[in-house]
Design a protein around this ligand. Sequence first.
Ligand code: AMP
Ligand code: GLY
Length: 434
Amino acid sequence: MRVLVVGSGAREHALVRALAADEQVARVWAAPGNPGIAAEPGAAGCRPLDPLDPAAVVALAAELDAELVVVGPEAPLVAGVADAVRQAGTACFGPSAQAARLEGSKAFAKEVMAAAGVPTAAARACTTTEQVAAALEEFGAPHVVKDDGLAAGKGVVVTDDRADALAHAAACLGRTGGGTGGGTGAVVVEEFLDGPEVSVFCLTDGRTVVPLAPAQDAKRAHDGDTGPNTGGMGAYSPLPWAPPGLVDEVVARVAQPVVDEMDRRGAPFAGVLYCGLALTSRGVRVVEFNARFGDPETQVVLARLRTPLGGLLHAAATGVLDDVPPLRWSRDAAVTVVVAAAGYPGRVRTGDPVTGLEAVPAAPGAPYALHAGTALDGAGRLVSAGGRVLSVVGTGPDLAAARAAAYAGVARVHLPGSHSRTDIAAAALRGSSA
Ligand code: AMP
Ligand code: GLY
């Protein structure tokens, strides 16, 4: 099988790495990719591409004679890339633009959850500051205010300060333009959910749901879950503290009802339904859906998956997931730690040299780096080019070993001004979620 992965982050690097390890995958390209993917052993390299241009993706898939296109990020999905690829007759892993609204509009996701009876935070969709003020009053503190549209994991403010909540709402309400670039001019104000967060990725062909192993992401920028929300600063899997039966419960109460509801609406969701959940004292509640693999959680989930990834994604893309035998998992644990640029998640500094990667040994079982915001400068040197610059994945027979491996790798990487969390998976070693 010849596979094209669309995207350029560490999630796409993890996907390419796993696809390259699948014997049934003859060639795997990424577009536009990044320097780390370009150097990935076993992969066929990167191609330039505007991932938001459906016609360009179709043309590249045709040029490469790809039999499967895997769309990594949400923006191309919302822009209709999966629809265009399928229309051109190529299998595509990723939902239609219509189905991707489960991620693209938080208000839509709430409406589908209500129709499907899926447990989630009570919420109000607001388009005026008066409505926002009333909803803040209704739910009380801590306040949760979400940009309705896509915001790269940064559209949510959780705060005890009513003025901060109102200011964020005002900023979101003022940001219109719709589509992939920014706000929809609406915000969602919702009830605060108290409890540990879990990410469960459910592969689906639009009918059958196959869950992957759960992971936990560290969303806040700084140690001890302090600082602003980010796209994710690290992750680990498995979760020693998670209740037994969690994944089955998520499929039964969340993923299958949502997949069935989307099918009923004539907008079947095929791809990966990312269920972001809070385990509250009242049970599992959905915090958010995404229409794509999570980053960085995918890095640790794929590090543990033993079932070849290419066949699995192809089955989801072609409607035959019910034929797939039970997934196989490594007994190993995996931990990933993000190395972020100075300023992330605010305004980031770019163009700094990234060195020391050659010191992260490329041996079986050794930690490895996955690139995200890296580029080559005019002299061919690796430099930072984004907020989350790279991450280091460690694996081992238990979380302690995996964590030690990941941090040993991070210690060897040098990027001026960078910051990483030092507490990824630390609480889990003590059997606790935070
Ligand atoms: P979202 O983009 O909806 O995933 O939100 C980003 C992050 O904000 C989540 O991972 C949570 O950490 C936090 N968050 C979102 N909604 C809530 C909520 N209702 N209660 C508590 N925290 C929330
Ligand atoms: N790690 C959170 C996300 O991918 O949305």
